[in-house]
Design a protein around this ligand. Structure first.
Ligand code: LLP
Length: 406
């Protein structure tokens, strides 16, 4: 990776280990930013911290001009620690407690309210400067049903016909600055879809602006930009996505007289997924009617295959050129039969001591990991742009598992 040997990293730091390329993060940020700015220079990016909340990585992203989208108080803290200013943080929590909302209010951090009720319960403590509500645009899309976050069954946001009451209440309460938010699903590779949901939110904003007489400072179309996980999958055409989204954005702003609000986006996966490789060690291989490659990387570290049936490409890092293949499943040390990070793949014939590499492990991996079966969480290393490696999170120990026991 960027001149560093991943096998060398496994040896130096041990496994399981997440190794991230700073260079790739920077490239991803620049591609996304330049494509959108090219068509609409009032585009603004807030990195979705939940995707990977290591503050050392957030600060690389922040240096590329990204703010942060936080879903909890701790995520706000990570963003702050990484150098993101309060004015560049958006708080988009879900069913958050009043005390969390108040935390953001007290720091003048803009809130994307998930519901009118959340706004009402906070209003007795004061009025935020900027108020934004989350729209459920009526449909969404995602790679798996579990990551579709809009449509009739979704727990997020408000239907468009309930939005105007919310904005009216905020306006009557003295609020003068407004935004509107949406997040309709994750890991989508179809540019047309992004244009379609952008049209939906602008239709909602346009009607509300007219009927209530308010201006929108920003329209936030959320995240969702996908990356390919399977070898033959085509990447999202980001140039086309930017062109289509900004075209409909400008057209609708013109149609409804919305002026030139910021086009806000909250990408997570697109920025960080393909920057990171997860390394593990093969402990033991079992060959009966099926072959199981037993490693120290299981659902405790990479939950996505067990939770969504997600695919991650896996390689045996020290046998990349081997032609001696067999059909095998890669499993971890966890006492669950869903603990399989890859099923029935053609892989080089593995042996104990081999190193596995799991690709696209930058997004929703460490953040969704657990200590199940009392397994400490892995360490994280950054390969800096200069080619040097740096530990950015130490490995947990058994003592860490004891640390909360009183
Ligand atoms: N903004 C909000 C309010 C979100 O809830 C999310 C992700 C994002 C932005 C970033 O979305 P992205 O650009 O990464 O698609 N755990 C699942 C993904 C769930 C996404 C939840 N929200 C997975 O492992 O695929």
């Amino acid at each position: 990776m960027d001149g560093a040997s991943l096998l060398g990293m496994a040896k130096k730091y041990g496994t399981p280990l997440l190794v991230t390329s700073e260079k790739r993060i920077v490239e991803n940020c620049r591609i996304l930013r330049s494509e959108f700015i090219k068509y609409y220079d009032n585009t603004s990016f807030k990195y979705a911290v939940k995707t990977n909340s290591n503050p050392k990585l957030i600060s690389v992203i922040a240096n590329e001009g990204f703010g942060a989208d936080a879903s909890s108080v701790a995520e706000i803290s990570f963003a702050r620690y990484a150098g993101v200013k309060n004015s560049n943080i958006l708080f988009s929590p879900n069913y958050a407690s009043v005390s969390e909302l108040k935390y953001a209010l007290d720091r003048n951090i803009a809130i994307n309210f998930d519901d009118i009720g959340q706004f009402q319960s906070l209003s007795k403590y004061g009025m935020p400067d900027v108020v934004s509500f989350r729209l459920n645009p009526g449909f969404g899309r995602g790679e798996f049903p579990g990551i579709v976050t809009a449509g009739p069954g979704a727990k997020f946001g408000m239907p468009s016909d309930k939005m105007s009451r919310a904005y009216k209440m905020a306006k009557d309460g003295g609020v003068k600055r407004f935004g509107m938010h949406m997040m309709a699903g994750s890991n989508v590779l179809d540019p047309e879809y992004f244009a379609a949901i952008t049209a939906r939110i602008l239709d909602a904003a346009g009607k509300i602006s007219k009927s209530i007489g308010i201006d929108f400072e920003f329209i936030d179309i959320g995240g969702g930009l996908g990356v390919p996980y399977r070898p033959n999958e085509k990447p999202l055409d980001i140039e086309r996505t930017a062109r289509l989204v900004t075209k409909v954005f400008k057209e609708k702003c013109g149609e409804y007289g919305l002026g030139e609000p910021a086009l806000m986006m909250e990408p997570g996966r697109y920025i960080i997924a393909d920057t990171t490789v997860l390394l593990g060690t093969v402990n033991h291989v079992k060959r009966y009617s099926r072959t199981f490659i037993g490693t120290d990387v299981g659902m405790n570290i990479l939950l996505r295959p067990a939770l969504y049936n997600a695919y991650h490409e896996v390689a045996i890092a020290n046998r990349m050129d081997s032609k001696n293949l067999e059909k095998a499943s890669v499993t971890g040390e966890i006492c669950e039969n869903t603990d399989m990070i890859a099923k029935d793949r053609m892989l080089p014939r593995a042996e104990g001591g081999d190193i596995i590499a799991v690709f696209n492990s930058g997004a929703y991996v460490y953040g969704m990991s657990s200590q199940y079966n009392s397994r400490p969480r892995p360490a994280e290393v950054l390969i800096r742009s200069c080619g040097k490696d740096k530990l950015i999170r130490r490995r947990e120990t058994t003592l860490d598992l004891f640390s909360t026991i009183v």
